[in-house]
Design a protein around this ligand. Structure first.
Ligand SMILES: N[C@@H](CCC(=O)N[C@@H](CS)C(=O)NCC(=O)O)C(=O)O
Length: 220
């Protein structure tokens, strides 16, 4: 509908929600925040998307699922001064590839460890959790080499890939501590935490830290 704001179904403590929020905050994009702390927003989400995974963006008759696609959609329909996907298709491919890295090899194993802890003890999957922790180690090692001499994940400046990296590295370190030897990863995580868009998302998530089932570390 003309004149209505894009509506984001999200939760302030959720990593994928923060990924989309960073993109919105980078460009000061006006939107309506349907926080999933509100049961009514949860009902609306269930009607929009039976998987009930979030974030979900609703805008001008479109329902957009998947945080990466939400950011792609915002770039197309609500562009701002910060381009999160480079106009050059070859540079854009690099950004998208790194975005996949952060989703698949950082967030997926990080979620596995956390979700396993929420299960009843008898139903936990120790082998799967070991595999997830090994994947996180491999991802940290690869990222440490990748980030050598870089400021942001891809060459052209802050991008979609960094929107993903920010919350995923944030929670990955809480879940499976990043070895201090991976200095490039630590420095990158600190740069992301200092970025105002992500610092804002972290602050908005602060009241919900008790939701984290592995215990909240006294930092960040
Ligand atoms: N592939 C989805 C993943 C989204 C996702 O896993 N979101 C979590 C919150 S961080 C969620 O919806 N959790 C609720 C659930 O699993 O039911 C994306 O890229 O947006």
């Amino acid at each position: 509908m003309p004149g209505t704001l894009p509506r984001l179904y999200a939760h302030p403590f959720s990593s994928y929600s923060q990924k989309a929020l960073v993109a919105l905050y980078e460009n000061d994009t006006p939107f309506e925040y349907r926080s999933l702390e509100d049961p009514q927003a949860n009902q609306e989400l269930a009607a929009l998307w039976p998987m009930r995974r979030f974030p979900v963006l609703v805008d001008q008759g479109h329902t957009v699922i998947e945080a990466s696609c939400v950011i792609e959609y915002l770039e197309l329909h609500h562009p701002g001064p910060v381009r999160l996907i480079p106009a050059d298709p070859k540079a854009a491919l690099q950004v998208r590839m790194l975005d996949r890295f952060f989703d698949n090899y950082l967030s997926t194993p990080q979620q596995k460890v956390v979700i396993d802890r929420l299960r009843p003890e008898a139903s936990r999957d120790a082998h799967g959790v070991d595999e997830a922790r090994r994947m996180l180690e491999t991802a940290y090692a690869w990222l440490d080499r990748h980030m050598a001499g870089r400021e942001w994940a891809a060459a052209d400046g802050f991008s979609l890939a960094d929107c993903a990296a920010a919350p995923f590295l944030f929670y990955a370190h809480w879940t499976h501590a990043i070895d201090p030897a991976f200095a490039n990863v630590h420095a990158y995580r600190a740069r992301l935490l200092a970025r105002p868009s992500f610092a804002r998302a972290v602050d908005e998530g602060r009241p919900y830290r008790h939701y984290f089932p592995l215990g909240t570390p006294d930092r960040d």
